[in-house]
Design a protein around this ligand. Structure first.
Ligand SMILES: C[S@@+](CC[C@H](N)C(=O)[O-])C[C@H]1O[C@@H](n2cnc3c(N)ncnc32)[C@H](O)[C@@H]1O
Length: 274
């Protein structure tokens, strides 16, 4: 029988993973990571006409993408996990520019459809959720959705090999009387598979008043493996990708992909690839 992986969207419905992480997400997001990924977007996608953001979560980077969009630009935010999508839609509802610009799709990365060629596909902090066989479909699908010259953008993964990561504390922010941080560690649980245990802690002064742990099984993909996979779908490395950023370009002169490889780009009736 084929081995199936439970999606993070389904795990969250069971109270696991993002159901635990969601209420903390924005306040524990590391400021340095936010700054460097925002800077990368500024350099790579400013003035874009059409962007798909896959797994936008609560919309930390959707907001930046909105600012960077060119005139008449459009964003497709593909977020299958209900609790994250709730935060995303709440955030976007308060931004007037989003009203006619950002379409939120509740499907996942392997089923969502867009109907125009994309300048950029952004996948931040999420490719670890895809096992190797799904990554092949992921890359094929979204490489084909790019216009010639369009960019697929993700970040280099940590760790680069399946190794245990010792516990460390990642400082977060404060809200009123409470301060938040994350105790993070990972164990190796399979071939190229690690299990992160993220304990979200709430402090009042020096007193720990709450802690909740979310576990995520994450597929390890090295820069080398990523390069092989993205080259295999016809993408080429962007010559000026910022440090720590994987930016891959559809060659400017590449032919239009066959309809079967596109997530319905220019062919709204194409059934989704599974
Ligand atoms: C760690 S969060 C990253 C959120 C955002 N990109 C950021 O960097 O702040 C990972 C997100 O990927 C989403 N995700 C997981 N599996 C997905 C899939 N198969 N398709 C689309 N999104 C998925 C999760 O629901 C979650 O919101």
């Amino acid at each position: 029988m084929a081995k199936t992986t439970t999606s993070e969207a389904d795990r969250a419905e069971q109270g696991l993973g993002y159901a635990v992480n969601g209420p903390y997400y924005d306040v524990i997001f590391p400021a340095a990571v936010r700054a460097s990924l925002t800077d990368a977007l500024r350099r790579l996608v400013s003035g874009s006409r059409a962007i798909a953001e896959i797994g936008p979560g609560t919309g930390v980077f959707t907001e930046t993408l909105l600012e960077l969009l060119g005139p008449d630009g459009e964003i497709f935010a593909i977020e299958p996990t209900r609790i994250m999508r709730t935060a995303l839609v709440t955030r976007l509802s308060r931004i007037p520019a989003a009203a006619h610009t950002v379409t939120v799709l509740p499907e996942d990365a392997l089923t969502a459809e867009v109907d125009l060629p994309l300048d950029a596909v952004v996948l931040f902090n999420m490719i670890m959720h895809f096992p190797p066989e799904q990554r092949i479909r992921l890359w094929r699908r979204w490489a084909a959705a790019l216009r010639p010259g369009g960019l697929l953008i993700t970040e280099s993964q940590h760790p680069q090999t399946a190794t245990a990561v010792p516990p460390s504390v990642i400082p977060g922010g404060t809200l009123g009387r409470h301060r938040y941080d994350t105790l993070a560690r990972a164990d190796v649980v399979g071939e190229d598979l690690i299990r992160w245990a993220m304990t979200y802690r709430t402090w009042r002064g020096e007193k720990l008043i709450r802690e909740e742990t979310a576990k995520f099984d994450c597929h390890v993909v090295s820069d080398e493996a990523l390069a092989a996979e993205l080259s295999a779908v016809g993408l080429e490395r962007h010559p000026a990708a910022p440090e720590g950023i994987q930016a891959w370009r559809r060659p400017p002169c590449s032919p239009t992909a066959p309809a079967t490889e596109r997530p319905a780009a220019n062919a709204p009736s194409t059934p989704p690839r599974r």
